[in-house]
Design a protein around this ligand. Structure first.
Ligand SMILES: C[S@@+](CC[C@H](N)C(=O)[O-])C[C@H]1O[C@@H](n2cnc3c(N)ncnc32)[C@H](O)[C@@H]1O
Length: 266
């Protein structure tokens, strides 16, 4: 279950500071969208607004517009510090886009948001509705068939401790496979232009940085389903397991795999 009530000022601020991985792979989605001056973009789950600020400054020009929609008020507050004449930030969830008219946007982006959504059909249907004919949707999501290194560690530890092997436990609860994502997009009416899995190598200064990244990216959901003492033990086990990812210079190298998809409203 994704909870939207567990965020803290510290996690929100930390996310703003350590979300370079999301910021960087978000730019792959922007490349695929190839936005033009004058375009209108809806950024669903915009977080602290780093990617939407980039779009407002460098992709859509003063005649275009970016609407950043984000459910967590603490992240909205940070994103609003980045707002400008062509970049507005609103509190809201992807499941309810009723404030927007039909055929309003040239593009919709969900960067590292899709794996948090329990009701993807609703978010896709709403995205389809607010897109203009020919408008595009770009999604990056954790891939069920190729979990991140950190997710593999968590699954192994949960399995060893008998706490469960479900992909939904620990982090990114609603991952999809390549085939599921294609089907969901098609079911919503999109023509799928492209789906691929990309692999990323992330360097972290130390083990704590890996845990901080997982916590801030999960807005309080990281291992939150466990009682505090169990969670503490799991974190200690994950810490120990991460030692083997240490490089000669003390940094850690971990791999992430993400699905990237682009669909078009026909
Ligand atoms: C890992 S962050 C990604 C933030 C941003 N897209 C970026 O690229 O940095 C995931 C975001 O998804 C948002 N989120 C979770 N559930 C959502 C929902 N139902 N509708 C919209 N956003 C949601 C969270 O609030 C969080 O900001």
């Amino acid at each position: 279950m994704t909870s939207l009530t567990l965020d803290t000022p510290e996690l929100a601020q930390q996310y703003d500071e350590i979300s370079d991985p999301q910021y960087e792979h978000g730019q792959f989605l922007l490349q695929a969208l190839a936005l033009k001056p004058g375009d209108k973009l809806l950024d669903i789950g915009a977080g602290t607004g780093r990617l939407s600020e980039l779009v407002a400054r460098h992709h859509v020009g003063p005649a275009g517009h970016v609407t950043a929609l984000e459910p967590l008020p603490l992240r909205v507050a940070i994103a609003r510090g980045r707002a400008s004449a062509n970049h507005t930030v609103e509190v809201g969830q992807g499941e309810d886009l009723s404030r927007f008219e039909d055929n309003q946007f040239d593009a919709v982006i969900l960067n590292s948001v899709y794996h948090w959504l329990p009701d993807k059909a609703r978010v896709l249907a709403e995205s389809f509705r607010v897109l203009k004919p020919g408008g595009r949707i770009a999604i990056s999501s954790a891939a069920r068939e190729r979990p991140h290194d950190i997710q593999q560690i968590i699954s192994r530890i949960l399995g060893q401790t008998g706490l469960g092997r479900s992909h939904a436990i620990g982090s990114t609860p609603y991952k999809v496979s390549f085939a599921e994502l294609a089907k969901q997009l098609e079911h919503a009416g999109f023509l799928v232009d492209e789906i691929r899995i990309r692999r990323f190598a992330d360097r972290f200064g130390d083990i704590q940085a890996v845990l901080d990244f997982s916590a801030a990216s999960s807005f309080g959901n990281f291992l939150n389903e466990f009682l505090p003492e169990v969670r503490g033990k799991l974190l200690a086990d994950i810490h120990d397991a991460l030692v083997q990812y240490r490089q000669a210079d003390g940094s850690l190298l971990l791999y992430r795999n993400l699905l990237f998809a682009v669909g078009r409203k026909i």
